[in-house]
Design a protein around this ligand. Structure first.
Ligand code: C2E
Ligand code: CA
Ligand code: CA
Ligand code: CA
Length: 278
């Protein structure tokens, strides 16, 4: 009976229907959230190890769902990427991050970079113009903005991607390569793309100092970055042991729960006013 092909097909499509219904529910909910002001940005500080100074803030989106509470991006960004809704989400994120950065710029606090995550699907020829327009609208100095892209963005048409990157960096906006070491692209792109910073993925930071391979990988990324004159940051730093290893290996910056989780803008700003430092 178990092997009855018709039955297994019926079960399979029932499961698929459930999955599809769930996805459609999230998709329409997200569309609604966009128009209804349910998305918010949290900010997580980045510190320079040598000076202890705050040098950046990564903007991370959250969905304040009226019934479900705070929905983390892992539960809707991947779906938004497959449906294409990520383009609208990304437009909102860039707008909101620049609006907030311009408030900080005008407040007279020491400047730092606000980093926005950009998905591969948003990395189109219209992106540089959109960035330029947004900077202008908020009178934001381009040195306040950074875009975090992943290796998957670089794996598309190389000439096209290079042209987009060149236009973005020509504006004065910097680019960092997120989740570095987890993709499968060639290292040769580090030479040809105008990348400012490498971000060591949390999966490697996690293993420091106990896991010899993770230490070797993190150490190698750091020394390669230094030789290529790129800055390097480790994400997901949770312990003093990790910080000590990274400092010893010559890592430039750290980001992680050791210092702060992503915070709402007001809480981030309050910490800033209290002279936040590593
Ligand atoms: P990501 O870009 O790799 O962001 C880092 C993630 O690690 C964030 O999760 C952050 O909260 C978390 N994190 C930071 N420090 C620590 C730590 O010390 N320990 C641990 N365990 N986690 C830490 P979050 O905010 O849930 O975001 C998950 C992913 O969702 C991001 O990964 C990014 O890929 C995506 N994402 C978030 N916001 C946006 C956005 O505005 N646009 C796009 N395209 N993607 C976004
Ligand atoms: Ca990121
Ligand atoms: Ca990352
Ligand atoms: Ca990561």
């Amino acid at each position: 009976d178990d092997a009855n092909p018709d039955r297994s097909v019926a079960f399979y499509s029932q499961d698929m229907n459930k999955g599809m219904q769930e996805r459609m529910r999230i998709e329409s909910g997200l569309r609604h959230a966009l128009g209804n002001g349910e998305l918010v940005l949290y900010y997580q500080p980045k510190f320079e190890i040598a000076s202890g100074r705050l040098v950046g803030a990564e903007a991370l989106v959250r969905w304040m769902h009226p019934e479900r509470g705070i929905v983390p991006p892992g539960e809707f960004i991947p779906l938004a990427e497959t449906t294409g809704l990520i383009v609208q989400v990304g437009e909102w994120v860039l707008e909101e991050a620049c609006a907030q950065a311009s408030i900080w710029q005008r407040s007279g606090i020491a400047p730092f970079r606000v980093a926005v995550n950009v998905s591969a699907r948003e990395f189109t020829p219209s992106l540089p113009e959109r960035v330029a327009t947004t900077l202008r609208r908020y009178q934001l100095d381009p040195s306040w903005l950074e875009l975090e892209i992943t290796e998957s963005t670089l794996m598309h048409d190389v000439d096209r991607v290079t042209a987009i990157m060149d236009q973005i960096t020509a504006l004065g906006v910097s680019l960092s390569l997120d989740d570095f070491g987890t993709g499968f692209s060639s290292l040769s792109y580090l030479k040809r793309f105008p990348i400012h910073t490498l971000k060591i993925d949390r999966s490697f930071t996690m293993g420091i100092p106990a896991d010899g391979s993770d230490c070797a990988i993190a150490g190698t990324i750091i020394s390669m970055a230094r030789q290529l004159c790129l800055r390097v940051i480790a994400e997901g730093v949770e312990t003093l042991d990790q910080l000590a290893f990274l400092r010893g290996a010559g890592c430039d910056e750290v980001q992680g729960y050791l210092y702060a989780a992503p915070l709402p803008a007001y809480a981030f700003e309050k910490a800033l006013r209290e002279n936040w430092a590593l």
